[in-house]
Design a protein around this ligand. Sequence first.
Ligand code: FES
Length: 438
Amino acid sequence: MRPYRSPPIMPMLPISFTVNDRPTETTCAPGGSLLRLLRSEGWAGVHQVCESGDCGSCTVWVDGQPVHSCLYPALRAQGKAITTIEGVAQDGQLSPMQSAFLDHQGFQCGFCTPGMILSCTALETTDEAEIRAAMDGNMCRCTGYQTIVESVVAAKNGHAQPTPVTTSGVGQSVPKQDGPKIVTGQPIYTGDWAPPATLHMQVLRSPHSHARIRSIDTTKAQALPGVQLVLTHQDVPRIAYSTAGHGEPVPDPHDHYLLDAKLRFVGDRVAAVVADSAAIATRACELIEVDYEVLPAVLDPLQAIGDKLREAWPEDLPVCEHPPLVHDEPESYQIADAAHNISGKVTLGAGDVATGLAEAEIVLTHTYHLPACQHFHLEPHACTTWLDEDGILVVRSSTQVPFYCQNLLCKLFELPKEKVRVYKPNIGGGFGNKQDML
Ligand code: FES
């Protein structure tokens, strides 16, 4: 794995342009993207997701042409007219495309909607197949695209209607109450707001599948101007917990520590840096010197369970007799079978299963293999936290499980519940992945 090197921290350069007809004079980082510049100027409707031109959530118009602002160098915007979703409605009147999205409810969480509306407005076809093909630069996880396509077809055919206000009624389709805000880019998601002078955290991650930290030296990172705090496994409480928020008592394996000397996958957390800016925190992570003892790893889950494979799977698979153990530390707990790298077991049944199988005309037995999947919510994981004037730890997080987060934070930091408040603002999709507390 090639280590990522952050760009050097360079002096800012002056730039001027208009955003939604508003003259703007500011500075930007050489090599920085238009996306980051617009967000730093407060245009929160320009959403930051993949930053590789794949998802389209950051679409804006530059001199009337839609572009992925994450790929557009900020300095090229000099003298240009930028339009974001906040500038599409004129004099309080929605554009035909905004009205059509509202009319056909072409959204759910709304995180993709600003980019969708800006891209779709530029389409010059009413053909549904062509619209679908042309939209491949904009992704939506929630809608299945059907209502978006219906919105675009309606707008292009001049059939957008004002949405009647319906708040209740059996047998009626009730539109989302925040629909007008969504189509004008007004919802403020977790990453769109932070208190003044917020610090940024960056995590140094493991380059190895399986390793132990022999020693870690944070001296150079701590000496970098703008670094406020560097944390390693030596600085955090050693309490095993589950990241999964499934309820109380927690049914999932307790297999995580905040930071640990043992690293169990590529990307596992080695250290955390808090600094005045994200760029400084990233640079400080590169200055942390880690001496890793690289341990043997098994990358196949069946091989990882060792001789249990013989009893669990009838297939004639070669067995790894002594697989390396993911959890070999004595204090690990609530892991179903640590000696065989089995974190948990699930058995499902309804009624008298044995009798049911005995009486069945057909019994199918098979082993099913699934690839690793990502839930693909468009809004990334994000969290901002501060101590309020009453000494309460406030956590603003894109989470599906605020009460689980509160419980776990209380446990990890030995705080009473009244000292921890977790809340979620608008959420740009979760699909179960935000039941994990990262
Ligand atoms: Fe498209 Fe949620 S509405 S990602």
